[in-house]
Design a protein around this ligand. Structure first.
Ligand SMILES: *Cc1c(COP(=O)(O)O)cnc(C)c1O
Length: 430
């Protein structure tokens, strides 16, 4: 593969953007080498500025459930652009998307749109504190809820990928009310509630963790969190920014049958444009301005372009058979990963939940952040680069989940499966 033009553009990027990127994991720091520079996306594929084509298992880190530049989404955007790109006033598309979201997530009795998952995280914490008149929040090691100060303690995603223990610039006061528990370990939560249960405003988590590799909740873990929060008058917040519409059309709350008080959404609901949302129980959401005393606002919130991209994406995604087909693609990828690793004697655990997948170079299952330290990161690096050479793009980090889209059925998945032997041969080499 030639990368001359990518290198040239990335050199320029590094002169003007910190690290050459606008979000850290894109820089390939944890896998080494240089990122390719994208020229365009086409269904399940990314094409770089040198003309190389890659099967894209990142899909913009989750949002693109239909793949890149889906014709219906492009047509809806084109139509909306001609009618105006931002109003800063009420319009019909925001109501339509809200109704569409609520059909799939009935626990969102009221919801509000913001511009990113990070914003949803900031707002939902403020709202939980405003409603309960308590200050402490419990989060889990390895869960990522965006880059707001209070939520950066022991976070996953880029914080974990780059090995940053805790983030510089976050005042200790901002995280002093953030208590950290261990995912899949209900005793670690019970201990905190026993010590200060009547001060806890909320427990927030990714119900299936995707920012620390893929961690699946043990049976009963989510239900136990529901019980303990109810018992202590604390709110349960599901951050479904990644899992929403992906692990199940109705998110992890539908898949596991646990109803949170508040939910954060993002990624898929914007169909590739910048959107986040949060919502939940009516009496809590009614605390939000203009109805109540908790302030939250946004110049571009409910942006019409973003609303039509999200709406069109969800309408296509929930057509009969589409989601199931994408789940099937994720399953065949996982089977391919397992059998490929076995053929080359490489210890690997792989699984998928709906259209999210993850794998660790480890002989034993990984169920919490702490267990990720025992995974073989060098084997991951060799695998990552060998796959990239074969035209298959996995996340450039051992600690990020992967995503398939409806466009991956057929040519894309077949190409990826055929390339796995080269990937595991490289992983097996020391
Ligand atoms: C991506 C992500 C966020 C942050 O969303 P941004 O739009 O990147 O700000 C929050 N929570 C989870 C679970 C995510 O995966």
């Amino acid at each position: 593969m030639r990368h001359a033009r990518s290198s040239e553009v990335f050199e320029k990027a590094k002169r003007i953007l910190p690290g050459g990127v606008n979000s850290p994991v894109r820089a390939f720091r944890s896998v080494g080498g240089e990122p390719f520079v994208v020229q365009r996306g086409e269904g399940a594929f990314l094409i770089d500025v040198d003309g190389n084509r890659y099967v894209d298992f990142i899909n913009s880190w989750g949002p693109l459930v239909l793949g890149h530049a889906h014709p219906s989404v492009v047509a809806a955007l084109h139509e909306q652009a001609q009618l105006g790109t931002s109003f800063g006033a009420c319009h019909e598309r925001e109501v339509e998307l809200a109704e569409e979201v609520q059909r799939l997530f009935p626990s969102l009795e009221l919801l509000r749109f913001v511009n990113s998952g990070t914003e949803a995280g900031m707002a939902v914490i403020r709202l939980a504190r405003g409603f309960t008149r308590r200050e402490k929040i419990i989060k889990f090691e390895g869960c990522y809820h965006g880059h707001a100060d209070a939520l950066l303690a022991k976070a996953g995603s880029g914080v974990l990928t780059l090995g940053l223990p805790d983030c510089a610039g976050v005042p200790s006061a901002a995280v002093s009310a953030t208590l950290v528990a261990e995912f899949n370990n209900i005793e670690s939560v019970e201990r905190i509630f026993a010590a200060c249960g009547d001060e806890v405003a909320a427990v927030i988590l990714e119900p299936v963790v995707g920012n620390c590799g893929l961690l699946v909740p043990r049976p009963e873990f989510l239900a136990a969190l529901r019980k303990i929060t109810e018992r202590h008058g604390a709110l349960l917040i599901f951050d479904e920014v990644m899992t929403g519409f992906r692990v199940h059309l109705g998110g992890a709350q539908a898949l596991y049958g646990v109803r949170p008080d508040l939910t954060m959404l993002g990624k898929v609901i914007g169909g590739g444009l910048p959107v986040g949302a949060f919502g939940g129980r009516r009496e809590i959401m009614e605390q939000l301005a203009p109805l109540g005393p908790v302030y939250q606002a946004g110049t571009l919130s409910g942006n019409p372009l973003a609303m039509v991209a999200g709406l069109t994406t969800l309408q296509e995604w929930r057509k009969p058979g589409v989601f199931e087909m994408a789940c099937g693609v994720a399953e065949s990828l996982v089977e391919g990963l397992r059998s490929g690793a076995a053929r080359h004697g490489v210890p690997l655990v792989a699984q998928s939940v709906g259209t999210m997948f993850g794998f660790f170079f480890s002989p034993t299952p990984i169920c919490s952040f702490r267990e990720t330290v025992s995974t073989d990161r060098e084997a991951f690096q060799r695998f990552f680069h060998a796959m990239l050479d074969q035209g298959v793009y996995f996340a450039p980090s051992a600690f990020e989940a992967g995503f398939v889209s409806a466009a991956h059925a057929g040519e894309a998945i077949n190409h990826a499966l055929a390339a796995l032997d080269a990937g595991f041969a490289a992983a097996a080499r020391r």
